[in-house]
Design a protein around this ligand. Structure first.
Ligand SMILES: [Zn+2]
Length: 370
């Protein structure tokens, strides 16, 4: 040692978009220093796998082991370096043609760097393409590193999993999502709510922040107790409004889905295909995502509502005062409110009719009105 602090390679800057994944980042950095021929980054949507893969690719292609500052690093991170080849699926699933594309690109020599990285996202959707993909990954051409991404690991993927070094990603903790948003200039209140609603998915959190209706929806949910006047008709009216808000919440997601279809159409046209291959499956996935999104939005609303009752309870407890039957009853009511909302949130995932569930909850809360 000459006293100078050693230069960190790969530089931490390469992974600055990978949030709350210290273990995965350490594994990626180790991989960059002693690469093998295939990696599988797996974890839930929005956990930062793509950003991690780009950081790894930059470290592998950079002449200085991933300095984070040179033109190579910058172009790889921006997705514009010719030796980072991204094989996006051309339809609903990653099909045999996509796997062949990956194989063909792998045979090519690197254009600029000493190596090339073939990045294949959505490997959990490989299905019938698994054998073709496996063959490619198993017979690595020299100077080629495969980086596969998967949201989960279905049983059919077992052979591929066994041929790759696995790097697991976890859902990002809400506090980390929130801090990440605040660091990007998002208002703290909006960041906290978006983080809580994101389910640890950074992509979703980002969408929520740009969802103009998000703050309004939260406010409508928080004003529910004030709008319940003890009558069933008010409860039903509020429930109807809240369901409508959950529909409004789908707008940004539907816009994103429309953009995806447009881009698939353009790809199909460019390759001379008539229409998007597997269009029905794409649309089916979109419907599934919309259902899940809607349920998540209702859950987030219920969390906001529970927060109002919890604040009330906290205030009652803090106010203290002499014990008397009136104050005790008020506290018990606040506890019952919090519990009722919690029970409804728990029931949401159980395939219940969401409209009926909400109405029943609001009627119940009305009956406990204060
Ligand atoms: Zn560099």
């Amino acid at each position: 040692m000459n006293g100078e602090s050693p230069v960190e390679r790969p530089a931490a800057a390469l992974f600055e978009d990978v949030v709350g994944q210290d273990r995965a980042v350490a594994q990626l950095a180790a991989a960059a220093r002693r690469p093998v021929h295939a990696y599988l980054l797996h974890g839930p949507p929005g956990s930062g796998k793509r950003a991690g893969a780009r950081g790894l690719a930059a470290a592998l292609l950079c002449p200085d082991g991933g300095c984070g500052a040179c033109a190579t690093c910058r172009r790889v991170l921006a997705g514009s370096h010719p030796d980072l080849v991204v094989v996006e699926r051309s339809g609903a699933s990653l099909d045999v043609d996509d796997a062949r594309t990956a194989a063909a690109r792998a045979q090519r020599r690197p254009l600029e760097a000493d190596r090339q990285v073939i990045l294949v996202p959505d490997v959990h959707l490989a299905g019938p393409a698994v054998p073709a993909l496996l063959k490619t990954v198993e017979e690595p051409p020299p100077a080629t590193v495969f980086v596969l991404l998967a949201d989960d690991l279905p049983a059919g993927l077992a052979t591929i999993v066994s041929r790759c070094v696995q790097i697991p990603f976890a859902a990002v903790p809400p506090a980390v999502v929130s801090a990440w948003l605040v660091a990007r200039g998002v208002d703290e209140g909006v960041a906290g709510a978006a983080a809580a609603a994101s389910g640890g998915n950074l992509d979703r959190a980002r969408l929520l922040v740009h969802d103009a209706g998000f703050a309004t929806r939260q406010e409508r949910w928080r004003s529910v107790p004030a709008r319940l006047d003890g009558t069933g008709s008010a409860a039903v009216a509020v429930a109807t409004e809240l369901l409508g808000l959950a529909e409004d919440a789908l707008v940004p997601l539907r816009e994103e889905h429309a953009r995806e279809l447009t881009s698939l159409e353009e790809q199909a046209e460019a390759s001379g295909a008539r229409g998007i291959p597997g269009r029905r499956q794409v649309e089916e996935r979109h419907r599934r995502e919309e259902r899940r999104w809607r349920t998540d939005d209702l859950r987030m609303g219920l969390a906001a509502l529970a927060g109002v009752y919890r604040d009330r309870l906290t205030a009652l407890v803090a106010a203290g005062g002499p014990r008397n039957p009136g104050a005790d009853a008020e506290r018990r009511r606040a506890v019952a409110h919090v519990e009722a909302v919690g029970a409804a949130a728990a029931a949401l995932g159980r395939n219940v009719q969401e409209g009926l569930l909400l109405e029943a909850l609001l009627v119940e809360l009305s009956g406990m009105a204060d």
